[in-house]
Design a protein around this ligand. Sequence first.
Ligand code: SF4
Length: 295
Amino acid sequence: MKVGIPKGLLYYKYHPFLQTFFSELGAEVIVSPDTNTEILNEGIKYSVDEACLPVKVFHGHVYSLKDRADIIIIPRIMQVRKREYICPKFCGLPEMVLNSIPDIPQTIIEPIYAISKKKLYSWAEGAGSKITEDGSKIRKAFNIALNEQKNHKQGIKDENYKLRVALAGHPYNIYDKFINMNIIEKLNELGVGVITEESIDDKLIDMEVKNLYKKPFWTFARNSYGFTANVSREKMVDGIIYISSFACGIDSVVVELIRDKIGGFPFMILKVDEHTGEAGLDTRIEAFVDMLERS
Ligand code: SF4
């Protein structure tokens, strides 16, 4: 059985779990290639115009797997923290994909509530039963995959640069080099180090969020807000860059919350969509770094 995993959206956060789980079940795991122009073009062709760039890119990844895999995972991730949710586009992702791309093989689309081991295991039982009927094998694969995820170190914390910026936004915008046009490398070449939200203690994010008049409903809004509020207050960085997807409703709220919180702290929003040109992005990064150097 060949299991296809699209390298888009929260693949960047949860790939150790997904890949290990299905490999341990004995499936051959095929991950789609890094995002490239062809994947983007297929994504644009097979998704609705109104979708944000990461969702379009995800469609392209599914398209690239559809003739190579026997079964494709379209993770319907609902929750990863209690009393918080993931963007509604994740809830309807399977329907969007299945109604837009023809001739898709079998899929795994059961909702994922990763808020407790028990709830996540109920997803694993359903997904695993499509690969094997052996319940003990599923249990074993689940535990190994969970450990793999726990031991996976994520995040960037550059040291020894003359300047340092906090790079905030959804994980797929931070870690997909095609979507962000290699921003981390570009900043490093300009002598600017990067830190991401994983490099600060989660308790600090909680502490910042508690000061808001209302707790954010969306997990990634909570993370971005708490991270940027903390690093600006503690002066851990010289500036903040937020990578935002055009047409993202959550971003439109969170950038205003951040702006309101950090006051005059250097802050730049880079909005990306399929039309964003690299030259324009380079100019904005260079101007921002120039401004940081002078301040
Ligand atoms: S959170 Fe924003 S960028 Fe992410 S899938 Fe939802 S709309 Fe798109």
